[in-house]
Ligand binder design. Structure first.
Ligand SMILES: Cc1ncc(COP(=O)(O)O)c(C=O)c1O
Length: 367
């Protein structure tokens, strides 16, 4: 019995014929040769592309559910909302998740007569789900790393007749499996760890419900919200090493979070893997790993900026999930967090060198 990770790397190899290239060729084509009757073949680049097919085969294997790709994580989220919602529906979003999801809903869904409510992730179950058509979960939430019980949300939301969508961007299918926990749909920004090299935006939607996937597919074809073949090729390459990178990143994050807690300059650390973190018990129950994001609070915004910019193994950059460790003061992006709140996305550097660089920068900044 092969693991998902082992068989993922050999997915393409299974269907190769003599003389085929072992690595995936990039098919950069808007049109395909289609003389006469031409159903069941590639015709036009907005409908289908062989490079998308390859990356979707990998994502389908990883999610154990049909997956469709999009040009960004937000395009995947928008596809779910616009394909499945209609005037009069009510939607529940996390109050503390990725802010663009809320902005998208506020600016565009409300205009269509869809009402939008928000609730903190840590108390997401409180109040029930009666009257909602779609319940959107992000767990752990970005950037506070609060957690909600996905299985309990799915059960209660289904009883109330709602569809449950989980944004699994921070965890990837190796770290958390929302569909197994009862969610109907997973959305993710493959811009992050699946691509892993900060050089492409990408996203996907996965579901075992054929009707949902047919609607999402139709939305993609009609709206033209399609990924570029080259970005699909990059993400295909990234997925081949996701398991090894994710493993290193999560292990290093566990080590670093423990040590950050001991440092006098650090006022607060949030990491679901810490035994005394409010998220820990739920994280242990529903996640396969504790992730690679670590949040911490320093005394002031200036100290936080100085800490990030003065650490030679830390890239000052938004986003997360790349090979390089990066960090950002999230207050400047509009998140409701303290001015000195920093989200570190732990990368693939050797952990002892990374910790030495982080510790030295914290020592220099001081408390
Ligand atoms: C949790 C989460 N979901 C979705 C997105 C959107 O992804 P993209 O930037 O690829 O549109 C992000 C981006 O940071 C994110 O953090």
């Amino acid at each position: 019995m092969q693991s998902r990770a082992a068989s993922l790397i050999h997915l393409r190899g299974r269907s190769l014929e003599t003389g085929d290239p072992v690595p995936l060729p990039l098919v950069q084509a808007a049109t395909f040769h289609t003389p006469g009757e031409s159903t069941g073949v590639h015709q036009y680049g907005r409908f289908s592309n062989p490079t998308w097919d390859a990356v979707e085969e990998m994502l389908t294997h990883l999610e154990s559910a049909k997956s469709l790709t999009f040009p960004s994580g937000m395009a995947a989220i928008a596809a779910v909302m616009f394909a499945l919602l209609k005037t009069g529906d009510r939607v529940l979003l996390p109050a503390d998740g990725y802010h663009t999801t809320r902005i998208l809903a506020d600016r565009f869904l409300t205009k269509l007569g869809i009402s939008v409510d928000t609730r903190p992730t840590a108390t997401f179950l409180d109040g029930g789900f009666e009257g909602y058509r779609l319940v959107f979960v992000e767990s752990p939430s970005n950037p506070n790393l609060d957690i909600c019980d996905i299985a309990a949300v799915a059960e209660a939301a289904h009883a109330a007749g709602a569809i449950v969508v989980v944004d699994n961007t921070t965890m990837t299918p190796y770290g958390q499996r929302p569909l197994e926990l009862g969610a109907d749909i997973v959305v993710a920004a493959d811009t992050k760890a699946p691509n892993g090299h900060s050089d492409a935006l990408f996203g996907h939607v996965a579901s075992r419900n054929e009707e949902i996937m047919a609607a999402v597919h139709d939305w993609r074809t009609m709206s033209g919200s399609i990924p570029s073949p080259f970005d699909a090729w990059l993400v295909h390459r990234g997925l081949e090493t996701l398991e090894v990178r994710f493993d290193r990143m999560c292990s290093s994050a566990e080590t670093i979070a423990r040590r950050l807690k001991q440092h006098p300059a650090v006022q607060l650390v949030r990491y679901p893997g810490l035994e005394d973190d409010p998220s820990h018990n739920l994280a242990r129950a529903q996640m396969e790993r504790f992730g690679f994001l670590v949040s911490l609070v320093l005394a002031t915004a200036d100290k936080a900026e100085d800490f990030i910019n003065g650490c030679p193994l830390m890239q000052a950059a938004t986003s997360f999930g790349s090979v390089h460790t990066s960090a950002e003061r999230r207050n400047k992006r509009g998140d409701a967090v303290a001015p000195g709140f920093v989200r570190i996305a732990v990368g693939c550097e050797p952990v002892e060198e990374l910790w030495a660089a982080i510790a030295a920068s914290l020592d220099r900044v001081g408390s």
